[in-house]
Design a protein around this ligand. Structure first.
Ligand SMILES: C[S@@+](CC[C@H](N)C(=O)[O-])C[C@H]1O[C@@H](n2cnc3c(N)ncnc32)[C@H](O)[C@@H]1O
Ligand code: SF4
Length: 439
């Protein structure tokens, strides 16, 4: 195992392990026989008002209204095809992710909610929506609140103007504070704030400053992301220094939030106890490496993704509609998507055999603070997780403990989540990811 920051396992297997499916299975076949009682609906909006230097999510800037309108038309067509293929299905939660879903105007967001309304009663299930400071406008937030959004997640990254500038994100603190004020005024049950550590020039003092500025809003949730694109200036010119800086800031952030009564859910996620956030449709399991994962629904296999770049999961197949991960061709891929009329098949994907399902279960639970419940694992797979996987090396490093009922990462283990996760990938997934050529 080399450094602590190998990769964020927000989903296993990673989309770079997907390959064209031949023949392309009809979605009705893909979903036949699946448990469809409590599905998760994810809609991806690949538009932003800015392109941040650190971000490699599937998104483009400057989309004109004709394009966002055509995108919603395509989403509508896809929704019809998917709805038909699913048959009887009930959704337990929904999320709009991106990109920046609130790049869409208030009337466009109404349309988006109407599309979701064909799958589920939005007033009855949790709905999470990602937003950015400039696009979290009162008219948009009002639509979202009226249509039943329960969780708003805003990317702030840093409350210091010079740090966001260093991260190449044009944003002013005053604009951030005003957006947070508007979000609180709209009355959503859950507010999540995203912060990033490891930015060039960031110090323990400036990191604490951002954490305190976020805490002043008493957010129900906070995501602390280690930066994954090396800063060009200051610390971080040498990889080791940057690793050390991020580990130090991680520990400072974790301890600060624990000291303020937050509980740690995973390496990145912190929650205010009793805030009722557990079921409020957390961030997007979107297509890009920075996307918040399906951390809240750790063993949920049933996810229906709509939109360009969105993935869908059944127990045995993870799939997506188009074949692309790289950001280089985002515009061309979105242009193809808006012209598409045939949404009835799974085009690219990865079929999970028994071993991959076990790995997925292991990864999704071990990387959470609560750990892996050995009895549930045994019930699902008829074996002990500790026999199925060689976890010895993690225990030897003091990263993993067994307390009878559970296998759990220690605090140091959690700090090394981004090394432990990738180390547990199967040889097959590793080989596919290694051979993937960004388009
Ligand atoms: C979809 S964005 C959040 C909403 C909105 N687009 C915004 O930026 O305000 C997802 C989050 O992922 C995190 N992120 C993206 N790329 C990252 C990277 N390379 N390193 C660390 N965090 C990253 C950021 O914290 C960002 O807020
Ligand atoms: S961080 Fe958010 S606003 Fe910036 S490019 Fe990524 S998705 Fe868009």
């Amino acid at each position: 195992m080399t450094g602590p920051y190998q990769g964020y396992v927000y989903a296993y297997p990673h989309k770079t392990a997907y390959r064209p499916l031949k023949p392309e299975p009809p979605l009705s076949e893909v979903w036949a026989g699946e448990d469809r009682d409590a599905l998760f609906l994810y809609l991806h909006i690949p538009f932003c008002e800015m392109r941040c230097g650190f971000c490699n999510l599937f998104t483009r800037t400057g989309a004109p209204e004709e394009l966002t309108g055509a995108y919603l038309d395509a989403l509508d067509r896809q929704a019809t095809a998917v709805r038909d293929a699913l048959g009887d299905a009930a959704f337990a939660t929904a999320a709009f992710g991106g990109g920046t879903p609130t790049y869409l105007t208030a009337p466009e967001l109404e349309r988006l909610c109407d599309i979701v309304g064909r799958f589920a009663d939005l007033a009855a299930i949790p709905l999470g929506v990602e937003t950015s400071p400039a696009t979290a406008t009162t008219d948009r937030l009002t639509v979202l609140a009226e249509r039943g959004a329960t969780r708003i997640s805003i990317g702030v990254q840093s409350f210091l103007d010079e740090e966001v500038r260093a991260a190449v994100r044009p944003q002013k603190r005053a604009e951030v504070e005003a957006a947070l004020d508007r979000i609180r005024a709209a009355g959503f049950p859950t507010l999540n704030i995203d912060l990033i550590y490891g930015i060039g020039g960031q110090t323990p003092a400036t990191w604490l400053h951002s954490l305190d500025a976020a805490l002043a809003w008493s957010p129900e949730e906070l995501y602390l992301y280690p930066l994954y694109v090396r800063p060009l200036t200051g610390l971080g010119r040498r990889a080791r220094d940057w690793d050390d800086q991020r580990l130090e800031l991680y520990r400072i952030g974790r301890d600060h939030l624990l000291g303020h009564g937050y509980e740690q859910v995973s390496m990145r996620m912190f929650r205010r106890p009793g805030a009722g956030a557990a079921d409020s449709g957390t961030g997007s399991p979107g297509p890009g490496p920075g996307s918040p994962g399906t951390e809240y629904c750790c063993q949920t296999d049933g996810m229906v993704g709509l939109g360009c770049g969105a993935r869908s999961y059944t127990g045995g197949l993870h799939y997506s509609f188009e074949y692309a991960v790289g950001a280089g061709q985002v515009r061309a891929i979105i242009d193809d998507y808006v012209r598409e009329t045939a949404f009835g098949t799974a085009r690219v994907g990865f079929a999970l055999d028994g071993d991959e399902r076990r790995r997925r279960h292991l990864l999704q639970s071990l990387l959470q603070t609560a750990g892996l419940d050995r009895a549930s694992y045994r019930e699902r797979f008829g074996a002990d997780a500790a026999d199925d996987f060689d976890l010895g090396p993690f225990a030897e490093r003091g990263w993993l403990e067994r307390d009878g009922a559970a296998l759990r990462l220690t605090p140091e283990g959690l700090a090394h989540s981004d090394a432990i996760g990738p180390a547990l990938f199967s040889p097959r997934v590793r080989a596919l990811m290694g051979a993937y050529e960004a388009r």
